[in-house]
Design a binder for this molecule. Structure first.
Ligand code: ADP
Ligand code: MG
Length: 695
């Protein structure tokens, strides 16, 4: 019953049901019950208008409408309702749906108004509050915490506001009375002092009192995080039992690659190589995440692993997020392997049709040893002969599903290595990478000097130019980065181009050349500019963030970021990581206008003060939610309804411990006392188990 369609609820029907499904993803009664309020209005008492203060959240007042006034014109038009409780007056302001409100609101009638008071220039008002008419006959005011539900424009047009959603939920709860089953064992309930599932679901929508509400919220968060962790932990143990290829040989390709390296591996790199070695000799599929700050040398480790794969007669694939990076990896490998009789191909969205066809044929008949590419690699037309290892570079740029798709292109499961430079706090890693084994490269190659990071205002332009000139005269190279943001793309391109023109003019007089790289250029043009920079024919590379990930030019020692205030912390850190790769002292110059928002100032300061990726990601996490950090694709996949991976860290750790304990004692969850957990888990999490199995 709990899984029956909402269509049969009173007042829904097929049309509304499909609208609700489209807009909110709610299909079943269970979905509806798990559509939690986003806030509650305290309707246990009425405020007087003159009692309204800064701390009040959602409150209600009672009074009558004195007058109504339309103010402003065009887009600035608004409706002001003057509302009074006989002692004092407050304005209710509406910017939208003015005609409708004019029709609904009547002078001298009594209303309950509720919402969040808004302080502007020292005066309180309500912007778009909710209003309920009190007609004398039906004076039935609720005296409780009223749940508020998110709705959408489209739903509202169809008269499905918070209030109507509330009604539907009430109806669903009535229908399911006595049918909401417990999904925890008695043991867990007692240990964590949880209220029952039925009580929690009832109270989270219609709280009896504040205490019950808090208990309900805790219970639902705990439940959500427990089952999430349980699925992650079981995935991991399932993953560990998937058979895969043995890479027994260390052969000619690996050895000559290794011997051609112009440096010693760091201890951290050696450690990670040992982890990988052990994985590929186990007979089971490797699922390893390699985490290391920008410049820590992850790529080398990945390339060595690919050599190992080929020495054992399998094909390898390397997937990266941008075609610029694909090209760079391709060149590195090509140079190193030119005497090795290796067949390396490059496949990106820009690959010519005729070339593509040839590459695909070769890939399928085993003629290609290593393929390097972008998303183009996961298209269905790409078929491997015997794919043994998949490496995914800059994993944070891809979604879990994409990772799964590539590793699915083999009869047996190929080994998977994912690389990421985004250090994330432990609780997030537990969730997002929970099904992977993790190796950390916690050491930079020796001889690196710390990059000096400075903040300069636009008015210091002359000084910055002189500084660049000085460094270029010493033979060093410079990146100049401009923001390119979709919403303001046109203007951003204009800035980039005029920046490029200015620098070209300025530096050509001195006999220097400036290159440029951005997404709107033709591939050949892009390659030419890139090549010029790599061959030191040009001294400056003006670019958008396409170079953000992975690019490796040792001679480049200065990173100048224009409009640095418009970039996020992680992005700035990645960009800065493009320099400081050789032995010369490197610099990162963050250029901004003089006037900055608080948050922008904070971000710039974090960068100036710290070069540690971990500290920066912690700061980033405080500014933004985990969803943004991990990419919406990934967090969307988790489908969290109530918990927040950052704010609910404590509950997450408890829930994880609880799930861990359970699996330790009852790994298959077959003990009868855990039956309820098992049933709920299978019903609701089997989809997630599937994706993890192929990741
Ligand atoms: P990332 O971890 O950001 O992918 P890369 O693999 O691009 O880092 O390595 C950064 C630079 O450091 C490259 O130029 C690489 O050749 C160099 N490098 C890697 N490992 C070492 C090492 N052990 N000693 C010296 N330089 C190294
Ligand atoms: Mg890299």
């Amino acid at each position: 019953m709990i899984n029956s369609s909402i269509e049969y609820l009173k007042g829904v029907g097929p049309q509304r049901a499909s609208l609700i499904s489209e807009e909110l993803g709610i299909n079943t009664l269970k979905d509806l019950l798990y559509f939690f309020p986003y806030r509650y209005v305290d309707r246990t008492h009425f405020y007087k208008i003159n009692q309204i203060d800064n701390t009040s959240l959602d409150i209600q007042i009672i009074g009558s409408v004195k007058s109504i006034e339309e103010q402003g014109f065009g887009r600035k038009k608004r409706l002001v309702v003057f509302f009074s409780d006989e002692e004092s007056e407050i304005k209710l302001i509406f910017f939208k749906r003015i005609a409708w409100i004019k029709k609904f609101v009547e002078i001298s009638k009594k209303y309950v108004v509720f919402g969040k008071p808004n302080l502007f220039n020292g005066v309180y008002s309500f912007v778009h509050p909710e209003m309920e008419l009190i007609d004398d006959i039906n004076f039935s005011l609720s005296t409780s915490f009223q749940p508020m539900y998110h709705s959408t424009e489209k739903l509202k047009i169809n008269n499905l506001h918070s209030k109507q959603i509330k009604k539907l939920i009430r109806a669903a709860l009535n229908k399911l009375k006595g049918q909401i089953k417990e999904n925890f064992s008695l043991e867990v309930i007692n240990q964590y002092k949880l209220i029952s599932r039925a009580e929690a679901i009832n109270n989270i929508h219609f709280p009896e009192n504040k205490e019950k509400l808090n208990q309900s919220i805790f219970r639902m968060k705990f439940e959500e995080l427990f089952f999430l962790q349980l699925s992650i932990l079981t995935n991991k143990s399932v993953n560990k039992k998937i058979k895969s290829y043995l890479f027994k040989n260390i052969g000619a390709k690996f050895n000559s690659f290794f011997n051609s390296l112009p440096f010693e591996l760091t201890e951290a790199q050696k450690k990670v190589m040992r982890h990988i070695r052990k994985d590929v000799l186990s007979g089971y599929k490797m699922n390893r995440l390699i985490q290391g700050d920008v410049g820590s040398g992850k790529t080398v480790v990945a390339l060595m692993s690919l050599m190992m794969c080929i020495d054992n007669g399998y094909q390898g694939a390397l997937m990266v997020p941008t075609s610029v990076l694909a090209l760079q990896h391709f060149r590195t490998l090509f140079t190193i392997c030119k005497d090795l009789e290796l067949n390396i191909s490059l496949l990106t969205g820009a690959t010519k049709k005729s070339d593509r066809k040839k590459i695909l044929t070769n890939l399928e008949n085993g003629g290609v040893d290593i393929i390097i590419g972008t998303h183009a690699l996961i298209e269905d037309s790409v078929v491997f002969n015997k794919l043994g290892l998949v490496v995914i570079d800059e994993q944070h740029k891809f979604g879990v599903a994409q990772r799964a798709k590539l590793s699915n292109k083999s009869i047996l499961n190929p080994h998977v290595i994912v690389l990421t430079a985004t250090p994330i706090p432990r609780t997030l890693a537990m969730t997002f990478y929970g099904d992977l084994d993790v190796s950390v490269i916690d050491e930079l190659p020796p001889g690196r000097k710390e990059i000096k990071t400075v903040h300069k205002f636009d008015k210091d332009k002359e000084g910055v130019l002189l500084f660049l000139k000085e460094k270029i005269e010493l033979g060093q190279q410079v990146y100049v980065i401009y923001p390119l943001i979709e919403q303001s793309e046109k203007l951003d391109y204009k800035n980039l181009l005029s920046g490029y023109n200015f620098l070209s003019k300025y530096f050509s007089r001195l006999g220097y050349v400036v290159s440029m790289l951005h997404g709107n250029m033709k591939t050949e043009e892009k390659n030419q500019h890139m090549e010029d920079f790599l061959n030191k024919k040009s001294q400056i590379l003006v670019s958008t963030t396409v170079i953000e990930v992975g690019l490796d030019v040792k001679n480049a020692s200065i990173m100048l970021i224009e409009n640095a205030e418009r970039f996020g912390l992680a992005q700035l850190h990645q960009l800065r990581g493009r320099v400081g790769r050789g032995n010369t002292q490197s610099y990162c110059i963050l250029k901004t206008p003089y006037k900055l928002s608080h948050e922008a100032k904070y971000r710039i300061n974090v960068l100036v003060d710290s070069s540690n990726g971990f500290d920066i990601s912690e700061a980033d996490l405080k500014l933004r939610g985990p969803g943004d950090i991990m990419g919406t694709r990934q967090s969307g996949l988790l489908n969290l309804k109530i918990s927040n991976l950052v704010k609910d860290t404590d509950i997450l750790l408890e829930a994880r411990k609880c799930a861990n304990n359970l699996l330790e004692i009852d790994s298959q969850i077959i003990n009868p006392k855990n039956k309820m957990i098992k049933e709920y888990f299978i019903k609701n999490y089997s989809e997630q188990i599937k994706w993890a199995r192929i990741s």
